[in-house]
Design a binder for this molecule. Structure first.
Ligand code: SF4
Ligand code: SF4
Length: 209
């Protein structure tokens, strides 16, 4: 291969990887939606990609095996740690072993209180499928949330369809939600009605996976 051709191939590969990273639509979370959830304390995504040395120590330190490593479908994030909430959410360990194990600062050592973790935020993406919004008493996401009555509350109002029953709607409060994903894992539907999405979604259409 000529030098010119080799350079063109390298430039093309770099552009493809950068483009994939820019939208951070890199990995399937297991819920059918696609974005990266990082372990507790992860710095901003672009900085994270620069700082993470892909050593896997955070994954090794996690007793729950909740930290997985990005695979071939991860593009530029190959070998970096991810949380696949539907499969195995973060348990918010009080001593944050993953953060302590990180040697590079990709997981910010200043995070010392697990409740201040901000992996993302839970979003009721499939409102029309949520059993609670259909008038049933499900509320499994609410009951499994480690920040019960803070990160999720139940708001009740009249069921307009029947005019005599109540709807008990789970409502996420972003300011308290850690993004642990325990609610996403617990959702009783085959495709969870509640998923953890990025703190700052690039657009609402991101949830139309
Ligand atoms: S806080 Fe605990 S469960 Fe969560 S990723 Fe870190 S080590 Fe694993
Ligand atoms: S992700 Fe779900 S379970 Fe975890 S804190 Fe937020 S609302 Fe609660």
């Amino acid at each position: 291969m000529s030098e010119e051709r080799r350079r063109a191939v390298i430039t093309g590969v770099r552009a493809a990887l950068t483009g994939a990273a820019a939208g951070y639509l890199l990995l399937r979370s297991g819920s059918g939606y696609a974005w990266l959830l990082r372990p507790p304390g992860a710095v901003e995504e672009q900085e994270f990609l620069r700082k993470c040395i892909r050593c896997g120590r955070c994954a090794q330190s996690c007793l729950y095996r909740a930290v997985d490593m990005g695979r071939l479908d991860a593009g530029i994030a190959l070998g970096t740690p991810v949380i696949r909430a539907r499969k195995n959410p973060c348990r918010l360990c009080a001593d944050l072993p993953c953060v302590k194990a990180c040697p590079s600062g990709a997981l910010d050592p200043q995070l010392q209180d697990a409740v201040k973790t901000r992996i993302g935020t839970a979003v009721l993406v499939e409102r029309q499928e949520c059993l609670s919004l259909k008038g049933l008493r499900c509320e499994v996401c609410y009951r499994t949330c480690p920040l019960l009555d803070k990160a999720i509350t139940i708001e009740n109002y009249l069921n307009a369809r029947t005019g005599r029953h109540a709807i008990f709607e789970p409502v996420v409060h972003k300011e308290h939600c850690t993004g642990c994903g325990i609610c996403e894992q617990a959702c009783v539907l085959d495709r969870p009605a509640i998923v953890v999405g990025p703190l700052q979604p690039p657009s609402e259409s991101l949830y139309e996976g």
